[in-house]
Design a protein around this ligand. Structure first.
Ligand SMILES: Cc1cc2nc3c(=O)[nH]c(=O)nc-3n(C[C@H](O)[C@H](O)[C@H](O)COP(=O)(O)OP(=O)(O)OC[C@H]3O[C@@H](n4cnc5c(N)ncnc54)[C@H](O)[C@@H]3O)c2cc1C
Length: 510
């Protein structure tokens, strides 16, 4: 039998994607006999490093790596995140939260929100937010871990993620990766050697003249896609028409305002502004459409809307919504920004790195590089991007805003097919279906469709099996239980102090 097991994996790039890949592959495959893993990064080129908000799947990634959560939170200046608050998206003055976790309690085999729709039809004005422990807790600055051991408590189904300093996260992962045997080389790659026959990448050459050879190359080189585009010419699926924001300006500021465990997204005239509170500072940025706003105007708007004093010069970033036509070609697999980018509205980029790693590990190749596995990887990757795209477009499309050319463009946009079907189904009957394991659950779709002002004309007929009085009574009780449970959760700041985080004012001003 021919031994065609991989012997050398080369990871190109040491941003969040590169070090996530290095830590995970080191942990899972690092002990395979004869396998070496090497990461190349250039200090001179640097990283994007603004990815600060995550979604709950990261808890699984960290757990897989054996990370001690309290240590991780201390070392990355992390805070907890229970959802995203959307301000001024539906109309100016309106706000709602997209929470992790669930709303209320399903009854009679029917999702909770049908009972909520029934109650609304009966004149009960209680907002959907009141039935989410994540939302009510977060709005009071409170945080608690899920308690699956208490199945009757809403705490059993709360979900959480983190907000952290991305550069510190990469540094933290680097320690883990190096401990599992990953070698790091610093240097700028200036050329790529390819096999004349099959076009596979055989080595990358550094400015120093050194050459790093490999069997499998993981391209984590950021937007430039050094290998996947530069060498393999993948091509790019461009979704700018649906997601017109193509720039961001970012700046951290000192802590000010509240530190609720939420990422905040405030709609502005040509995009939206993020606010991500960490332990020691707030991360801010304005994501905007360059067709509708100049860089100077964006920076001025951002600086005029900070909760604290800026801690650096505003930094401009350019991007294009979409993904590589093929994320895996030959012996090159792209992860992170090298593979694609969908704006950070729902904090999905770090997750896409994570799911790309999971897919790669499931289809871990030999040097024969089975084309069927490659095609599977590419199909699933493209589908994941597409599903997320539709969810992002929903936020822009379902708006009442007509106060700028940007919002008029978004509101008038013809939605992609999948989104159009979901909108039609929700409008007519309040029903939501999650397609083929897509990332965002029914809860997420409900939250944003309802939050963006879409009013279903009906609800599930089974909800009428409860009498009007019974339905109203049960909903009132659920809201009370949520309220009481939220009030018993610790304040996030107290919790962070309890696990050893330094929240003293001196550090916060630094
Ligand atoms: C405005 C904005 C906001 C974002 N917010 C979020 C968020 O809230 N949540 C989230 O999940 N994600 C967010 N992201 C995405 C997130 O920042 C990235 O997905 C994540 O940081 C991964 O980046 P990366 O490692 O792929 O690329 P990069 O950080 O660009 O790293 C590229 C690496 O490649 C190396 N490299 C490149 N060329 C060469 C060369 N020639 N030789 C040697 N090395 C080279 C560089 O040195 C660097 O180490 C955001 C992105 C942007 C643009």
């Amino acid at each position: 039998m021919i031994d065609d097991r991989l012997q050398r994996i080369v990871i190109v790039g040491g941003g969040t994607a590169g070090w996530m890949a290095a830590a995970a592959i080191g942990k899972i495959a690092g002990r395979l006999p004869g396998l070496s893993i090497e990461l190349v990064e250039s200090d001179e080129i640097g990283t994007v490093g603004v990815g600060e908000a995550t979604i709950p799947q990261i808890v699984l990634f960290n757990t897989m790596l054996g990370i001690d959560e309290a240590e991780f939170v201390r070392e990355t200046n992390a805070t907890y995140k229970l959802g995203i608050e959307f301000v001024d998206w539906t109309r100016i003055g309106h706000r709602y939260v997209h929470p992790f976790g669930f709303y209320g309690l399903d009854m009679l085999g029917v999702e909770f929100h049908h009972f909520w729709l029934k109650a609304r039809a009966l004149g009960d004005p209680t907002p959907l937010d009141a039935y989410s422990l994540g939302i009510v807790g977060a709005q009071r600055g409170r945080f608690a871990h899920p308690r699956p051991d208490q199945p009757n408590s809403p705490l059993s189904k709360i979900g959480y993620a983190f907000q952290f300093d991305a550069a510190l996260y990469a540094r933290y992962l680097r320690k883990l990766a190096e401990a599992s045997g990953v070698r790091r080389t610093e240097g700028r790659i200036v050329s790529v050697a390819q096999d004349d026959g099959n076009g596979h990448v055989t080595a990358v050459r550094l400015e120093s003249g050194a050459e790093i050879a490999g069997d499998l190359f993981i391209d984590c080189s950021g937007f430039r896609g050094l290998l996947i585009e530069g060498a393999m010419g993948s091509g790019f699926t461009d979704w700018t028409d649906w997601l017109p924001c193509d720039r961001a300006v970012a700046v951290p500021c000192t802590l000010g305002g509240d530190r609720v465990p939420l990422t905040r997204s405030t709609a502005r005239s040509a995009g939206w502004q993020w606010r991500i509170p960490l332990q020691h500072r707030i991360g801010n940025g304005y994501v905007y459409s360059s067709a509708h706003l100049s860089d100077d105007e964006a920076a001025a708007t951002l600086l005029a809307n900070l909760d604290g004093a800026p801690l650096a010069e505003p930094r401009q970033l350019r991007f294009r919504a979409g993904h590589r036509d093929r994320a895996w070609i030959g012996n090159v697999v792209a992860l992170g920004l090298a593979g694609g980018f969908l704006e950070p509205l729902e904090s999905t980029s770090i997750h896409l790195v994570q799911s790309g790693i999971a897919r790669l590990m499931a289809l871990f190749p030999t040097r024969s590089f089975d084309q069927t596995a490659i095609e599977r990887f590419n199909r699933d990757t493209a589908q994941e991007y597409l599903d997320i795209r539709d969810f992002l477009v929903l936020h822009y499309k379902a708006t009442e805003r007509d106060d700028s050319a940007f919002w008029n463009y978004c509101r008038m946009l013809a939605p992609p097919e999948g989104l159009r079907d979901k909108l039609a189904m929700f409008r007519s009957s309040g029903r939501i279906f999650r397609e083929h394991q897509e990332l965002f659950t029914e809860t997420s779709w409900l939250s944003v469709m309802s939050g963006q002002g879409i009013e279903p004309q009906g609800y599930h007929p089974i909800a009428d099996l409860l009498s009007d009085e019974e339905a109203l009574q049960r909903l009132k009780h659920i809201a009370q239980v949520i309220e009481q449970t939220a009030n018993a959760m610790p304040l996030q700041d107290d919790y962070l102090r309890q696990i050893g985080c330094d929240l003293t004012p001196a550090r916060q001003a630094s």
